[in-house]
Design a protein around this ligand. Structure first.
Ligand code: DQQ
Length: 458
């Protein structure tokens, strides 16, 4: 048995490799009726920030996964010899699965194709397909291509940025995915607002608007806005953050067979390197998330409905009693009426004496939804943070939370339009309790259901 499979902090119903290191989701695509998910992989946790490969897995149902052989490995003497960094997958004009990704060092853009149904990948001689950034861009900030097709060709943005100016998504066009012409930035940020460098841009239509996801300032940001497809420029009209903090990053989306916009994000570790190396694994994917456009141009975000397939025993269906909700792998579905001045609060991963507990709180007056991990662990080497997102409820709207606990992973979805993501590492084996409290007035729980969740690997 490997260290990874013995670790009590290791999730059981989130996607992850059998062991070692995972970071960004790469090239997710729906191909021939199946979901393919690649990811940044390092074969040794101790060298997690070293040379990167693309791990690869496939699923029929978005929930259960089969690991496949590595999709991409660095090639000696090629543009990716020091690592295959983040990128995207498309089907080319002949329907051939094609990856565009960043090779290092220096950062260049590379292409690979699969002619055997995404099992093996060829890197043609045209590589690297973009050997250098446009003038004025430092080659150290030139990575993570995202592609789409328009009537007059293929378009691709590359994450970048300039010190003193801000992050940029650089726009290119090609007829064959091999020869690329630089156009201009699709969108540019202001350094003081979204940092110097935009990593992992992801751009797609959603409803009648477009969305640009960027990873910047250590967080997952999104912008909703207008895409002028004549001028090929994107103008954001609203923006926000996914996850509420630094635990969720490098998110990447694709369209599935039902036309849904499916999103994956990397759940970063918050325990120190020594613990990660001893555990033999690091990093996991979020639950598969479905994005929608809500009235008022808000981003809807919910776990994919397929997740209900891994619900096991129903532990509770009575809002007046939560004593039976105990465990490390749970889904808790709760609805509460939170009065004007009321605060709803629940605790999870709680020890009987309260020494360790993770709090989820909603303050109606301030509109702050919080995931408070400051008391999640009494152990050493763990970063304990508080994540927060604004959530405005309509006058007659209840608070509806879906809370997913999976050992060290916590995801909280609120009213279909906010999500908080965290990592918790309780040191005590009795940190398994769940409880509800009303602070500053009553916040009656009107609906409560909870399930033990099954492993996706059984
Ligand atoms: N991770 C990749 C980069 C990307 C970063 C390297 C974001 O391509 O910019 O593993 O986490």
């Amino acid at each position: 048995m490997s260290n990874a499979s013995r670790d009590p902090q290791r999730p059981v119903y989130h996607f992850m490799p059998p062991e070692q290191w995972l970071n960004d989701p790469n090239g997710p695509i729906f191909y021939e009726g199946r979901h393919h998910l690649c990811y940044q992989y390092a074969p040794d946790v101790a060298d997690g920030w070293g040379v990167k490969y693309w791990g690869h897995a496939v699923s029929d149902d978005l929930v259960h996964w089969e690991h496949l052989p590595m999709a991409l490995s660095p090639s000696e003497g090629a543009g990716d010899q020091d690592g295959c960094w983040t990128g995207s997958a498309v089907l080319d004009d002949d329907g051939v699965p094609t990856f565009l990704y960043t090779g290092v060092k220096p950062q260049v853009q590379c292409l690979a194709r699969s002619r055997d149904g995404m099992l093996t990948w060829d890197k043609p001689d045209c590589n690297p397909v973009i050997a250098a950034p446009p003038p004025g861009i430092d080659q150290a900030n030139f990575r993570d291509p995202c592609l789409w097709r328009e009537d007059d060709g293929w378009y691709m943005i590359i994450g970048s940025g300039v010190e003193g100016e801000g992050g940029k998504a650089l726009l290119y066009r090609s007829q064959d995915l091999e020869a690329w012409e630089y156009l201009h930035p699709l969108c540019e940020g202001v350094e003081a607002e979204t940092g110097t460098m935009w990593e992992c841009p992801d751009f797609f239509p959603l409803g009648d608007r477009h969305v640009l996801l960027i990873s910047a300032l250590g967080e997952q940001l999104y912008m909703i806005g207008d895409y002028d497809c004549e001028a090929h420029r994107f103008t954001p009209t609203s923006s926000g953050r996914i996850g509420g903090g630094i635990c969720y990053y490098a998110a990447k989306s694709y369209l599935d067979g039902d036309g849904r916009r499916v999103l994956w994000g990397w759940l970063r570790e918050r325990r120190d390197r020594g613990h990660q190396i001893a555990a033999g694994w690091s990093g996991l994917m979020s639950l598969p998330q479905i994005l929608t456009l809500l009235p008022g141009d808000a981003l809807g975000i919910e776990p994919a409905p397929e997740i209900v397939d891994i619900r096991g025993e129903l532990l509770c269906s009575d809002p007046d009693s939560c004593a039976d909700i105990v465990g490390e792998a749970l889904e808790i579905d709760v609805e509460a009426e939170v009065p004007e001045e009321g605060i709803f609060a629940m605790r999870v991963r709680c020890t009987p004496d309260g020494e360790e507990a993770t709090a989820i709180r909603y303050d109606r007056a301030t509109g702050a939804l919080e995931l408070d991990m400051t008391r999640s662990s009494a152990g050493d080497g763990v970063e304990c943070a508080l994540h927060s997102r604004p959530l405005e409820l309509a006058a007659d709207e209840s608070l509806r939370l879906r809370v997913f606990l999976d050992h060290s992973a916590v995801e909280v979805y609120a009213n279909g339009r906010e999500c908080l993501v965290g990592r918790v590492y309780p040191s005590r084996s009795d940190a398994r309790g769940v409880g509800f409290v009303a602070e500053g007035g009553s916040a009656p729980v009107t609906k409560l259901e909870a399930w033990a969740m099954r492993s996706i690997w059984d």
